[in-house]
Design a protein around this ligand. Structure first.
Ligand code: GLU
Length: 476
């Protein structure tokens, strides 16, 4: 498709990238990839109080970690530079000057108190709350005089006419807004700061952005943005809004939900491909159930398929993709992933032993501790250990050096015929050796542990359970 297709992700650097933002970035990126367009990063840091350059650095690193690449942005520049709103103030001042000259904005001297009283009155009269239009009615001479006298003023866009505004949202479909319901709105605050509605639109138009996918919380801004763009004959992008990502309690995911920040997932050992596959399927169906790379994900990406209902973040689903991703790692990448979690001192062979049983770095650490006898048994293992047949413990202490598990079991059956059916002895041995009833195949655990570690495990039988070992009257 047209090389002129341009999409962007425009985060505000007010915190770490949470999964909702990451999904928005990914959708824009996939759309750009699918259409052979350009993908741009723009930093919307006009909120000076909340923006922090350190967040910007982390944010870009998080996006790169996720596998997203951009052709234009604050770090690499490009034809529409600068890509940080804090460096574009001159542009906004210029635009505001043009708007003043065209008469589409006017100074508003209303104080906060007046505005609050107006709103209160409208509420009492059950009217739609909107600006009363007090300063729109001031004569040009009066306004100019008050400005000259240094009276602080915000600048409002004058909404004229009585028709309606209609447009198509790429995701939510036809949209309609009565002009009469839109009050004159602020484009520049009393302190001289242009507002988001303006800077965001100016940048999208100047950067020739063709499509915008963004959170549905911005749907209510779109009408006012299109109103300005149409009045000034600016080529505005096509907008598509993405339903919010909510936690299982139905609350929108926010930056403060640190646990689902991209950075914390990376630190926990989640793999980018797992996060990519999980995120794009949140509210966007894919026929393919396997792990796909970004190129393949982009081929089936279609904003018309995006669901309009909120997407629920489900950690179990994320873990499903992570499991597939760990399995799909080649040997070198898997070793690297393990080394990242355990350091280069990881016990030899541990990584391949537990390969099918780990999804996160925490799982790896847990298996290292379990196999070293350093972690307390799980509840289920504890239950098994509490009714352990003392004959098994005694046999184990004496024969932990049996070369294979099969040798050990056949010896046990010879010594105690019919006392230890497999359905009982397997969980019991797992509990003794690992403190868990799950994990790799028992025979492999046996081999990997070797006589010394096994000896140790039978010696300890997870020490805390010793006093409750049952006697021979309670077969295992
Ligand atoms: N800076 C806005 C945000 O982080 C982006 C708005 C947009 O994408 O148009 O929500």
């Amino acid at each position: 498709m047209s090389p002129q297709t341009r999409l962007r992700f425009a985060p505000s650097p007010t915190g770490a990238l949470h999964l909702g933002n990451a999904r928005t970035a990914l959708f824009n990126y996939l759309a750009a990839l699918r259409m052979g367009g350009t993908f741009i990063i723009r930093i919307e840091d006009t909120d000076r109080m909340r923006s922090d350059p350190r967040h910007e650095t982390v944010l870009l690193a998080d996006l790169a970690w996720l596998g997203i690449t951009w052709q234009e942005g604050p770090d690499c520049g490009g034809p529409s530079a600068p890509y940080r709103q804090s460096e574009r103030s001159v542009r906004y001042a210029d635009i505001l000057g043009q708007m003043r000259e065209l008469g589409c904005i006017y100074p508003c001297f209303c104080t906060d108190g007046q505005l609050a009283d107006d709103l209160e009155k409208q509420r009492r009269d059950r009217k739609t709350p909107r600006y009363s239009g007090r300063c729109a009615r001031l004569s040009a001479t009066e306004s100019a005089g008050r400005l000259r006298a240094g009276e602080p003023a915000a600048w409002r866009w004058r909404v004229e006419g009585s028709g309606s505004l209609d447009w198509d949202d790429l995701v939510y479909g036809p949209q309609h807004q009565e002009l009469g319901a839109i009050g004159d709105f602020v484009v520049c605050r009393r302190d001289g700061q242009p507002v988001f509605l303006l800077t965001n639109l100016v940048d999208d138009c100047e950067m020739r952005i063709t499509h915008v996918l963004r959170g549905v919380d911005h749907l209510s801004n779109t009408g006012r943005q299109l109103l300005m763009a149409r009045a000034l004959s600016w080529g505005a992008p096509l907008y598509g809004h993405l339903p919010l990502l909510v936690n299982p309690g139905g609350i929108p995911l926010a930056k403060r939900d640190g646990a689902v920040g991209l950075g914390s997932l990376a630190r926990a050992g989640y793999l980018p491909i797992a996060v990519q596959n999980y995120l794009v399927r949140l509210g966007h169906p894919y026929a393919e159930n396997g792990l796909l790379d970004l190129e393949a994900l982009s081929r089936s990406f279609d904003w018309n398929s995006i669901h309009r209902a909120p997407a629920v973040f489900d950690p179990a689903q994320l873990d499903h993709w992570q499991h597939l991703a760990v399995r799909a790692l080649d040997d070198d990448a898997y070793t690297q992933w393990v080394t990242h979690a355990l350091g280069s001192e990881a016990p030899v062979g541990l990584a391949s032993l537990v390969r099918d049983n780990v999804r996160s770095h925490a799982d790896l650490i847990q298996w290292r501790e379990r196999l070293a006898g350093r972690s307390p048994p799980t509840e289920e293992a504890q239950a098994v250990l509490q009714t352990l047949d003392a004959r098994l413990a005694a046999y184990g202490k004496a024969h932990a050096n049996a070369v294979t598990l099969m040798d050990f079991l056949s010896g046990l059956r010879t010594d105690h015929p019919a006392a230890f059916p497999s359905r009982k002895v397997y969980p019991a041995l797992r509990a003794i050796l690992t403190g868990s009833l799950e994990g790799p195949e028992l025979a492999r655990i046996w081999d990997w542990m070797g006589p010394e570690r096994r000896q140790q495990a039978f010696q300890n039988i997870r020490a805390q359970t010793q006093p409750t070992l049952s006697s021979a009257e309670h077969p295992a």
